[in-house]
Design a protein around this ligand. Structure first.
Ligand code: SF4
Ligand code: SF4
Length: 133
């Protein structure tokens, strides 16, 4: 998810606070969801790739991406029909995880349950908004 802006269908977005365990008293809803990793394109600057100037941890493995333009790469699978990021493991709506969590790209780091797009992604997968009764 250039660091293309966030949540606007058709634009690169991401899943972000995703698969990260929360306090026992407040389970992270993302670890039992993953809908945003299977709903939006995730584009970012190639400097976040492994070996890049702005890579987190080891950087995003190139084999999990596809080139889009000189200054833009995309997580593989996120523009497929249906979309699903190649780094997502597990079943959407069940136990999920990001295989490159520490190195995930910026769009994923910026996206969280507070984005309107979170509810949209969950709805696409038949899930209620986070916090809904
Ligand atoms: S759609 Fe929302 S709840 Fe689901 S993984 Fe993404 S940010 Fe978390
Ligand atoms: S890199 Fe990880 S957090 Fe980002 S879309 Fe893919 S599975 Fe989700």
């Amino acid at each position: 998810m250039s660091a293309p802006a966030r949540p606007s269908e058709g634009d690169a977005q991401v899943v972000a606070q995703r698969p990260e365990g929360g306090p026992a008293s407040a389970p992270n809803p993302c670890t039992a969801c993953g809908a945003c990793c299977a709903a939006f394109r995730v584009d970012f600057h190639p400097a976040e790739l492994a070996g890049g100037t702005f890579a987190w941890a080891g950087g995003v493995p190139r084999e999990l991406t596809v080139p889009v333009a000189a200054r833009l790469v995309r997580m593989r699978g996120t523009d497929a029909a249906p979309p699903r990021c190649a780094a997502l493991s597990g079943e959407v709506g069940g136990a999920v995880a990001c295989a490159i969590y520490d190195a995930r790209p910026s769009p994923c780091r910026e996206f969280d349950v507070h984005h309107d797009a979170c509810a949209r992604a969950r709805k696409r997968h038949g899930l209620p908004p986070v916090g809904a009764a």
